[in-house]
Design a protein around this ligand. Structure first.
Ligand code: GLA
Length: 360
C-alpha cells in the first residue's frame, strides 16, 4: 500500500538514510572508543504528511502494520517506538512537532546487525527536519537518534550507528572517535571491497546481552577508576579486574588499538589480520559470537581472496563482514555460501547486491 492509500493524502516530504556495516571497532563506542563503519547501499525511506485528527499515525510497509498514537505518555513498541522516540527527543530539544502521518519502507534487513534502527531514526529525523525546516545539523541528527534509541527503545547503545547512518557513504570508511566525535573519511585499502553475509541466525539475545555488556564495561571502568575504558591503552592493565570484566575490558582496549593502527595506514593484508583478531576477541573475550558466526568467519578466512572477516554489529547472530580482493566478490561469494551450507547453515549475500546461483 502506498502513502496515499494509507493516509488519503500525498506525502509533503520524504528522506532516506543508509544502514551501516562496521569493519573494526566493535563494542567500543559506548566506551568512548574508536570505530570504522561504512554505509551499505540498503536504505530506509520515511515519507511524512500532517495528520489532521490530532494523533500521530505510523505505517510500516515492510511489516504492513499501522500504529495510532492515542496516548503520548505511553511509548509504543516495535517499529513505532523508534519514530515516537525521535518525535519526543525533538520536543525535548524545544521544537514544536505537529501530529504526523509517517510512512516507512526499508531495504535494510531488519535485526541483522546492519543498523536498521539507526537508519529508521536518522531517516525520520531528516524527514521532520525537512518538513519543519529545523536548524539541526547531521551530527545533531545522530545525537538525537541515539537519545531516541536509549530512552524510547531501551538499548544503551553508543553513537556509532547513528553517526554512520547520518554521515558515512558507501565509498569510504568513516573513522570516528566516539568521545570527541572527531572523524576522518578513509579510503578502502587498495583494491579491496567488502562482502556482507547474513548468517541466517537471528540475533535473539541481542538486547539483553548488549545491555549486560554495557553494564560490565561500566563496572570495569569504575574499578579501574577511569572515565571510560577508552582511557586504558595497555591491555595488561585490565588483568587486575575480576572475571569476566578482565576479558570484557581487554577486548575494548585491544579493539581500540586495532582501529588506531588502521588510522596509521595499513596494507589490505594487515587490515584483514586486524579483522580476524577482532573476531577472535569478540568470540573469546567479549563472548558475543555464536557457533554460526564462528563457522561463517572460519569459512571466509580460509577462502582465497579474503583478507579477513569478523562478525559485525552487536553480535549474538546476524551478519559477518569480510574484506576481499576487488573484482573477486563474485568468485568468493558462491564458494563461501557452499561451504557454509555444507556446515549445515543457510547464508545470504547482502552486500554487494547480487544474486548467487546454486550452480557451483
Ligand atoms: C550495536 C550498537 C552500536 C555498537 C555495536 C557494537 O550496533 O547500536 O552502538 O555498540 O552494536 O559495535
Amino acid at each position: 500500500m502506498t502513502f496515499q492509500q494509507i493516509f488519503n493524502q500525498l506525502p509533503e516530504t520524504q528522506a532516506s538514510a543508509s544502514g551501516r556495516v562496521n569493519l573494526l571497532g566493535e563494542h567500543t563506542d559506548y566506551n568512548d572508543g574508536f570505530v570504522l563503519p561504512t554505509a551499505i547501499p540498503q536504505q530506509t525511506t520515511v515519507k511524512l504528511g500532517f495528520s489532521d485528527d490530532g494523533q500521530h499515525q505510523f505505517y510500516s510497509r515492510n511489516l504492513q502494520e499501522r500504529v495510532t498514537i492515542l496516548d503520548i505518555h505511553h511509548t509504543p513498541s516495535g517499529f513505532a517506538s523508534y519514530i515516537f522516540g525521535c518525535i519526543e527527543v525533538l520536543k525535548q530539544a524545544g521544537y514544536t512537532i505537529p501530529s504526523l502521518n509517517v510512512y516507512v519502507q526499508s531495504s535494510v534487513p531488519i535485526g541483522a546487525g546492519l543498523s536498521s534502527s539507526a537508519a529508521l531514526e536518522v531517516a525520520t529525523l531528516r524527514a521532520i527536519r525537512q518538513l519543519l525546516d529545523l536548524p539541526i545539523d547531521n551530527v545533531e541528527i545522530a545525537q538525537l537518534a541515539q537519545q531516541a534509541e536509549i530512552h524510547y527503545v531501551g538499548v544503551q547503545c553508543g553513537i556509532m550507528d547513528q553517526m554512520a547512518s547520518s554521515l558515512a557513504d558507501t565509498q569510504h570508511i568513516l573513522f570516528l572517535d566516539t568521545r570527541t566525535l572527531e572523524r576522518h573519511v578513509l579510503p578502502f585499502p587498495n583494491n579491496t571491497t567488502i562482502l556482507v553475509i547474513d548468517s541466517g541466525v537471528p540475533r535473539t539475545l541481542a538486547t539483553s546481552g548488549y545491555n549486560q555488556r554495557w553494564a560490565e564495561c561500566q563496572e570495569a571502568r569504575q574499578l579501574l577508576a577511569v572515565k571510560a575504558l577508552r582511557d586504558i591503552t595497555v591491555a595488561s592493565l585490565t588483568e587486575i579486574l575480576p572475571e569476566p570484566l578482565n576479558h570484557r575490558a581487554r577486548h575494548v582496549v585491544t579493539e581500540n588499538n586495532r582501529v588506531l593502527e588502521v588510522l596509521q595506514g595499513v596494507t589490505p593484508e594487515r587490515f584483514g589480520e586486524l579483522m580476524n583478531a577482532s573476531h577472535t576477541s569478540l568470540r573469546d573475550d567479549y563472548e558475543v559470537s555464536v557457533p554460526a558466526l564462528d563457522t561463517l568467519v572460519e569459512v571466509l578466512q580460509k577462502t582465497p581472496g579474503v583478507f579477513g572477516a569478523k562478525l559485525t554489529g552487536a553480535g549474538f547472530g546476524g551478519v559477518c563482514v569480510a574484506l576481499v580482493a576487488l573484482g573477486e566478490e563474485k568468485i568468493i561469494a558462491p564458494q563461501v555460501l557452499k561451504q557454509y551450507k555444507n556446515a549445515g547453515y543457510a547464508g545470504q549475500i547482502l552486500v554487494p547486491n547480487f544474486e548467487v546461483s546454486d550452480a557451483v
